[in-house]
Design a protein around this ligand. Structure first.
Ligand SMILES: [Zn+2]
Length: 511
């Protein structure tokens, strides 16, 4: 524990509480005189005491007479704000931004340092819970076995057979990499030998995800892009069956659907969320809301489908072309210096170069107009988000980190910037705060554990210098990240905080 806490304890031991009956505080941690900011906590103007024991919140209120045990850690929260730990509900935890699995052995030490830092970077920006939308139990168990990391949960990825994203993976490895893919009867002739179609029906897939510890299902509607177009897409009946099976198990279904075509397909299939905003519209010449887009968004809201805009995906494509991007001082806190240096090498620039193969991108960059890249999809996704929010739609906070092999989707910081994108699009600080805490927790059925500051919940908390309901910049004033009751000094989580311990972990898993 830190020195200041010892000092505070000594102070209390001397002063104690001399008036009235005393109550012995049986707690590991006492955050005193702090403004609690938590959905449903209606006394934000007052200060509270929050007690934590065995990693759980055991008291939220005002202690009147008390004696503190000598072993209790005390934090004076005067003039500070205590909020629940944030939830990023769209991550890909096995991926290092900008570094794909097959390149990892050539830079093993750099990759190892990155894997040690990535969990700390999420925590640095206050994300104490992360949901990997496409993972497997071993990868999540390995993540959660680390000593300092956000709690991870996962969805099973259920694309249609040989559809997106498994079509981007080599055969036959893709059938192991995406074990929860869906069997599509119309393509049975191509079904791989040795794989039993009966294990790939919607109900069989859902049962396996559930038995493997997954808390949600992620499916996809994507015809493809770049050189891979006309990919197989699921039928509405297949998705309805998937949603029915998942709901019977209490699991929500998210769909990768970032186009007008995908979202208009999915609004009547019973799914629960779009894992991206709508950035591709049928009429590619417009970015302003029009009747047909409004109809789709209205139906999305009526059918209770949540929206996860993931605007940073688009900025990740743009920022990688910014010649000054790697000079952003915020990166040094979330990425090891060795990885940042590697991004500057020819090998590290591979994805940037690949994007430059597109003549349109190359021309803009050549003219110095990299900041116009993806301007139309960014306008569309922002306009839809504004409309959706103004009409009462339910938002899920997620960053999709990293979304592509771009290095411009850094862990933790990407979520923090996504917050700015939401505010710029017209989401209020309260709507953002709700989505990133209890909104996400309720959607994924983990709200008895996290999402608010209430007795019985896991003590995943953030101590902030400013009030996040007044200004999004308050998320930059995190002083302590409290993880299961353990107090972590934010600066100790930075990649820039001194020695980084090289880990021997080399497990590489692909989404
Ligand atoms: Zn994703």
């Amino acid at each position: 524990m830190r020195k200041y806490q010892v000092l505070v304890l000594a102070f209390f031991a001397v002063q104690g509480c001399s008036h009235g009956p005393t109550t012995e505080i049986d707690a590991d941690l006492w955050i005193r005189d702090v403004a609690v900011v938590s959905v449903g906590h209606d006394r934000q103007a007052d200060t509270s005491d929050v007690l934590v024991r065995d990693g759980r919140i055991v008291f939220v209120g005002k202690l009147t007479a008390h004696r503190v045990k000598a072993t209790t850690t005390v934090i004076d929260g005067t003039h500070q704000f205590l909020i629940p730990g944030l939830i990023d509900s769209h991550t890909h935890l096995s991926d290092i931004p900008g570094l794909v699995g097959e390149d990892e052995p050539s830079v093993a030490a750099i990759a190892s340092e990155a894997r040690t830092q990535i969990p700390r970077s999420y925590l640095y920006h206050g994300f104490t819970t992360v949901i990997d939308l496409n993972s497997r139990p071993q990868a999540i168990d390995d993540w959660n076995a680390q000593s300092v990391r956000p709690q991870a949960y996962f969805c099973g990825g259920s694309p249609v057979f040989d559809g997106y994203p498994m079509s981007f993976m080599p055969k036959p490895a893709r059938y192991q990499m995406m074990p929860y893919f869906l069997y599509d009867e119309t393509r049975s002739a191509e079904f791989p030998e040795g794989i039993d179609p009966r294990h790939h029906t919607p109900s069989a897939v859902v049962e396996r995800i559930h038995d493997d510890g997954g808390i949600c299902v992620k499916t996809h509607y994507e015809r493809g892009f770049g050189e891979r177009r006309d990919l197989p897409i699921p039928s509405a009946d297949l998705i309805r069956a998937l949603a029915d099976s998942a709901h019977a198990r209490g699991m929500p279904v998210l769909m990768h659907a970032n186009s007008e075509a995908a979202q208009s397909f999915a609004i009547a299939t019973g799914i629960d969320a779009f894992a991206h905003g709508m950035w591709t519209w049928n009429d590619r010449s417009v970015t302003a809301m029009h009747t047909e887009i409004e109809r789709i968004v209205d139906t999305t809201i009526e059918n209770g489908i949540s929206l996860q805009p993931t605007i940073q995906v688009l900025y990740g494509e743009r920022d990688i072309q910014n010649p000054e991007y790697l000079d952003d001082p915020r990166l040094a806190h979330v990425l090891p210096a060795s990885l940042l240096a590697w991004y500057r090498t020819e090998a590290g620039q591979w994805w940037r170069q690949q994007m430059l193969q597109n003549p349109f991108v190359a021309q803009l960059v050549k003219e110095g107009h990299w900041d116009e890249l993806d301007a139309e999809p960014i306008a569309r996704v922002s306009n839809v988000l504004r409309y959706f929010t103004n009409h009462g739609g339910a938002l899920l906070f997620g960053s999709d980190t990293p979304s592509s092999p771009t290095f411009a989707n850094p862990p933790g910081l990407n979520g923090r910037i996504e917050m700015d994108r939401w505010i710029a699009a017209g989401v209020s600080p309260l709507q953002l705060f709700t989505a990133a805490t209890i909104g996400n927790a309720r959607f994924f059925g983990i709200d008895t554990e996290i999402g608010t500051i209430e007795t019985g919940k896991r003590a995943d908390l953030l101590l902030l210098g400013d009030n996040p309901l007044l200004n999004v910049a308050a998320y930059d004033t995190i002083e302590y990240v409290i993880l299961g009751g353990e107090v972590l000094d934010r600066s100790d989580l930075s990649a820039d905080s001194g020695a980084v311990h090289l880990s021997s972990r080399t497990n590489v898993l692909t989404q």
